[in-house]
Write a protein that binds this ligand. Structure first.
Ligand code: TPP
Length: 791
């Protein structure tokens, strides 16, 4: 490998320094200036924004990195995007995309002249303007970095199946203390140098967080180096504060890293031998708030935590700060950098890459541009046979498995579909995937390992954070995917989901951002069937969090059986710019709808099941509603008892697949109109609603409906343990016997037969309790119950 260091001469480094100064100038301008953008006259108070908001500390380091990345992109003709871990340094990405011209292309109003500069400055952290982070509004960004920790995972997601792409990922040394980032270093064991691109992490060791030192900056140099090597990286350190020396060191490090990346890829791609490379990483140790005010009000600012946000506060209250600000801005020598008209000097503008090579214009960072539709097989071909309701099923996700297998196979050539999961793909019943693909794994393998290969479509690491972050990065760069997870542990990524949903909301309002594929969750091994694991694994609350998010973005589906699951999943994989949550069981369970009926039911999202109901004149005495596979089973079993024991009772069975149907139309695009809701749930009849998750959610969604006061919801009440499947429902009052008792209690009209039935069922519940304790399994009549057998 040649040492490329000597190839960057002083003239070029001098221009890079000027470019860096220009970006720093624009960054300070964004934080402070309301007018006088080129400092053509002395600063006065009226030139300063009334509210000073933003983060300076991280910004000059990121400007430094961006300027140097521009050089290597041009030198090696790299296809590169930039991920800003400390994305709160928004001024840096805005300044750099403005300097390279991509910003003005997206926002022509922010032109590359004095008027545009003025607007650029005013809009930052300004009402009606742009946020202070590397927000979706900023071209080139796939990662806001507001909530720290996900930069490396996003970066790896972006380069999977993008063999020519390199993501330069700035990792904050504070960010590196987060759990997700700490495990993300291991992503290098999952990257195939043949079929994937590369991530070049740049650990930004500026030493401080908001008001604390960072751990990585306060361990010995050798210890940090060992840590990074231990994670399988080859570190290159760029350390100091003297700009001229730092430019030289950074240029050398980047050349070396790029040459190494290219060499690794060449060897792997030509050699044909599986390998796990020790990819390069750069550690940039530079002062926080570099080039900013050194001391203010007797306190050191540059090189300390005090530079994190706005180093010079409120010049109105501190007139001397105005002078300091002017000196600070002038220190970048703006007249050397910009023409009198406010354009970047041509010899500096020339440093930026051209066209789509500019990091703000790279189509990978606007993934919808590259998105191609998935090829989907006809899901009806995978249907479970349902000759009549109640037919035996093998486990709903196990029916879905072959469909996903064939989705994978059909799109293998395009390499644009992956399934992610924290070691649960087999456990969740999706083993059929391994008939066509393997788990991607570049670490060592030994005899008896299963389904591991350097390249594969299934990504499994026991980190829900990585699965989520990888998938988000994969989707944001224009591909498709599915995250399968135990229902209880998807909570681990509650917050990541939040951030992704926010991203989707904002980008859906930006006409230049092209819609991306939806983020699809398949939650299995759910609360009602955690027979192995018990209470720790029982938590259906993820969807409580999900429905907080914008109605335009979130969809929640609870298919009652396998054919409905197939129909729902086909729909989700075709959809764009949503978060779809699908909850489905993996255990053998009765099937209700043949495929044609399932398609119709899922298209409607909710509906009365006439075959299970016995109302004749559209005037039921009671509505038995159910949502989720186990609640549907218990409801139908309850209905069969009611129909047998209280045959005069008129019952309507309503099944809900699409949870958002419950919300009013004004609140969610899927919501039923009030008239339709009333037609299904009546205006005044009791509704016994058996629900998969926490019962309050149904109340939340229906509180405005006419008949809300008559809706009685049974769901998970945080009663769980290792017990029989039926006992789980009993513990939470969701079982068939409780549901029947609920009907009797709500209807005062069942008279003596009702009272006797209630008594018999109460006795049955006691019998159940004794039986399971003695035999370790459910009563024969529960285990062997079949729809139709007892009606
Ligand atoms: C998950 C999360 N926790 C806390 C914060 C609040 N916060 C914003 S910036 C910051 C310090 C970041 O330090 P570092 O990653 O080193 O970035 P830099 O020093 O470059 O600003 C913190 C704690 C956050 N944004 N995200």
């Amino acid at each position: 490998m040649t040492d490329p260091a000597t190839t960057v001469g002083p003239e070029l480094l001098g221009r890079i320094d000027a470019y860096w100064r220009a970006a720093n100038y624009l960054s300070v301008g964004q934080i402070y200036l309301h007018d006088n953008p080129l400092l053509k006259r002395p600063l006065v108070l009226a030139d300063i924004k009334p509210m000073l908001l933003g983060h300076w500390g991280t910004t000059p380091g990121q400007n430094f990195i961006y300027a140097h990345l521009n050089r290597i992109i041009k030198r090696y003709d790299l296809d590169m995007i930039y991920v800003s871990g400390p994305g709160h340094g928004g001024p840096a990405v805005v300044a750099n995309t403005y300097l390279e011209g991509s910003y003005s292309e997206v926002y022509p109003d922010i032109s590359q002249d004095e008027a545009g500069l003025r607007k650029l400055f005013i809009q930052f952290s300004w009402p009606g303007g742009i946020p202070s982070h590397a927000s979706p509004e900023c071209p080139g960004s796939i990662h806001e970095g507001g909530e720290l920790g996900y930069s490396l995972s996003h970066s790896f997601g972006a380069v999977f199946d993008n063999p020519e792409l390199i993501v330069a990922c700035v990792v904050g040394d504070g960010e590196a203390e987060t759990g997700p980032l700490a495990t993300a270093w291991h992503s290098n064991k999952f990257l195939d140098p043949v079929t994937d691109g590369a991530v070049l992490p740049i650990l930004h060791l500026n030493g401080y967080k908001i008001s604390n030192p960072t751990i990585l900056a306060r361990i010995e140099h050798e210890e940090l180096e060992q840590l990074l090597r231990g994670y399988g990286w080859t570190p290159f350190f760029v350390e100091g504060e003297e700009p001229a020396l730092m430019h030289e060191a950074m240029a050398r490090a980047l050349d070396t890293a790029t040459v190494q990346i290219k060499a690794i890829q060449k060897a792997a791609r030509e050699g044909g031998k599986p390998m796990r490379p020790r990819w390069p990483i750069i550690v940039l140790k530079s002062p926080k708030g570099w080039t900013g005010p050194k001391w203010v009000d007797g306190l050191q600012i540059e090189g300390t935590f005090r530079s994190h946000q706005v180093p010079l506060s409120d010049p109105a209250a501190h007139p001397e700060h105005l002078k300091l600000l002017e000196e600070w801005l002038a220190s970048y020598r703006p007249r050397e950098l910009f023409t009198a008209e406010g354009r970047l000097q041509p010899e500096l503008a020339d440093l930026a890459p051209r066209g789509a090579r500019r990091m703000g214009a790279n189509p990978h960072a606007n993934g919808g541009k590259l998105l191609r539709d998935l090829q989907l097989p006809d899901y009806r071909r995978y249907a479970a046979a349902v000759p009549s309701p109640g037919a035996a099923g093998i486990g709903d996700t196990r029916v879905l498995g072959p469909f996903l297998r064939d989705v994978t196979a059909l799109n293998a050539a395009h390499r644009n579909f992956r399934v992610f999961g924290p070691d649960e793909t087999l456990s969740n019943g999706l083993g059929a995937l391994f008939e066509t693909t393997l788990r991607q794994w570049d670490a060592a393998t030994v005899a008896n390992d299963e389904f591991l290969a350097p390249t594969g479509r299934v990504m499994e690491m026991l980190s829900e954070h990585q699965c989520e972050g990888w998938l988000e990065g994969y989707l944001l760069t224009g591909r498709h995917g599915l995250f399968n997870c135990y229902e209880a542990f998807i909570h681990i990524v509650d917050s990541m989901f939040n951030q992704h949903a926010k991203w989707l909301k904002v980008t859906s309002g930006l006409p230049w951002r092209v819609k991306i594929a939806s983020l699809n969750y398949l939650l299995s091994s759910h609360v009602w069937r955690q027979d192995h694991n018990g209470f720790t694994h029982q938590d259906p609350g993820f969807i409580d969090n999900v429905v907080n998010k914008k109605a335009e973005i979130v969809r929640v589906y609870l298919p009652p059986d396998a054919n409905c699951l197939l129909s729902v999943m086909d729909h989700c994989l075709r959809s764009r710019h949503y978060v779809n949550v699908v909850i489905a069981g993996k255990h053998p369970a009765p099937q209700w709808l043949a495929m044609d009926a399932a398609v119709k039911h899922c298209a409607a999202g909710i509906g009365a099941w006439e075959w299970a109901s016995n109302e004749s004149d559209g005037q039921p005495d009671v509505v038995m509603a159910c949502c989720g596979d186990v609640p549907t089973l218990e409801t139908l079993a309850a209905v069969s008892i009611l129909r047998r024991e209280l045959p005069q009772l008129r019952i309507r069975v309503v099944n809900v697949v699409d949870l958002m149907k419950l919300q009013p139309k004004s609140e969610h695009p899927h919501g039923l109109s009030d008239a339709d809701f009333d037609a299904l749930f009546t205006q005044d009849r009791p509704v016994i609603f058996a629900f998969h998750a926490y019962p309050w959610l149904v109340h939340r969604l229906t509180y405005r409906r006419t008949n809300h006061q008559n809706i009685h919801v049974r769901g998970y009440k945080e009663e769980g343990t290792i017990t029989t499947p039926f006992d789980m429902t009993v513990l939470n009052d969701l079982d068939r016997f409780h549901l029947v008792i609920d009907v009797i209690d709500r209807l005062q009209t069942t008279g003596t037969p009702g009272r006797q039935l209630k008594q018999a069922l109460q006795a049955k519940l006691i019998e159940h309790r004794h039986y399971i304790r003695k035999h370790g399994r459910d009563l024969p009549e529960v285990r062997e119950w079949k729809w139709g057998s007892a009606i």
